[in-house]
Ligand binder design. Structure first.
Ligand code: XMP
Length: 324
């Protein structure tokens, strides 16, 4: 039997009971695979790696070491949430790496999207490898691979995300959710007691806000993206159902504002909300006018530097979901 092929008779995990059964099965499988050895996991805070972390903590406790790399491109509150949930609530052995300056220094002045992605991918691996080299006795690497990652080996993640781990980090993999679809991972995450804000998180690209701070990233514009994104997530998150993905980008274009009778240069924030099945095509979602106005007012009032708010109504194709 091919371990990377989902058996045809495998039941779709749709209920808490089925999730519990899956969890029990995986705890036994992890214990069997890992024995008394140690596992290392890059924990981004995304649903896949979070579910794997929660499973591994239950299975092997402090023989799991999680590494959370803050590259400065995470959304508002994300690093804090990872620390709160995993270190404080689940008692994980969590190494938090503040690599913000390292990433932003490397990215300074770089405006080509793929070069930005390559720098972020390569730097991530360097930081992770450095942390791994400080640890003794690691035998396994945990990974939040899910079934679509296996099916679409040329799909979104593989297409965008650069890298792979260096030779000396080629540990045997522990991939407990590799046969699950995303909706099943969420049901399992919920059964493991992870917070809804983690389990039902909208998809977020690996290079994070880096691709939404369009062009060469500057710290002040990146901060504006992060603050505006938090407002948009809060407001559009009230839609029922919420769109598949909704966010803000800030292009590297100046926008004239006027305050106290004086003109000044600021930026324009671009709101985007889309629905899609597979991210290959996407449809712009209609946002109610009242909601748009509230978002506009909040962004203008709360985010320094932004003096113009736009709504991107493009479909994919022709526009990609992200601006770059
Ligand atoms: P595009 O912009 O290509 O995006 O229409 C399709 C989906 O992929 C996400 N995306 C990325 N995900 N690394 C990722 O892991 C990336 O570099 C990346 N770029 C885009 C995007 O958010 C959308 O969901």
């Amino acid at each position: 039997m091919d371990p990377n092929k989902r058996p045809e008779n495998m039941e779709r995990i749709t209920t808490p009971e089925l999730a519990e059964a899956f969890i029990e099965e995986q705890l036994a499988a992890i214990k069997e695979q890992v024995g008394d050895k140690k596992v290392l996991l890059a924990l981004s805070g995304g649903v896949d790696s979070s579910v794997v972390a929660a499973l591994l903590i239950r299975a092997i406790g402090d023989r799991l070491t999680c590494v959370h790399v803050n590259h400065g491109l995470l959304r508002k509150g994300e690093p804090e949430q990872v620390i709160k949930v995993f270190r404080e609530e689940l008692g994980a052995n969590l190494i938090y790496v503040d690599a913000v300056d390292r990433f932003l220094d490397k990215l300074a002045g770089v405006d080509d999207p793929e070069t930005k992605r390559k720098i972020i991918g390569a730097e991530f691996i360097d930081v992770f490898a450095e942390e791994a080299s400080k640890l003794d006795g690691i035998s396994f690497l945990g990974q939040g691979t899910i079934y679509p990652d296996i099916l679409e080996s040329d799909g979104v993640k593989a297409h965008h995300n650069v890298g792979g781990l260096p030779e000396d980090l080629q540990f045997e993999l522990v991939e407990p959710v590799k046969l699950l679809y995303k909706d099943e991972v969420r049901v399992v995450g919920k059964a493991l007691g992870l917070p809804d804000s983690m389990v039902y998180r909208q998809p977020f690209p690996g290079p994070g806000l880096g691709v939404r701070c369009v062009g060469a990233i500057t710290r002040d514009r990146l901060e504006a993206v992060r603050e505006a994104d938090a407002i948009v997530r809060e407001e559009i998150g009230k839609m029922n159902p919420a769109p598949w993905q909704y966010f803000v980008s800030i292009p590297d274009v100046k926008s004239t504002g006027i305050k106290d009778g004086k003109r000044y240069m600021g930026w324009a924030a671009v709101i985007r909300a889309i629905n899609t099945v597979d991210a290959v095509t996407a449809q712009s979602v209609e946002i109610p006018w009242d909601m748009l106005c509230k978002i506009r007012d909040r962004i203008i009032a709360e985010v320094p530097g932004i003096n113009r708010v736009l709504w991107d109504i493009s479909d994919k194709p022709i526009a990609t979901i992200e601006w770059e």
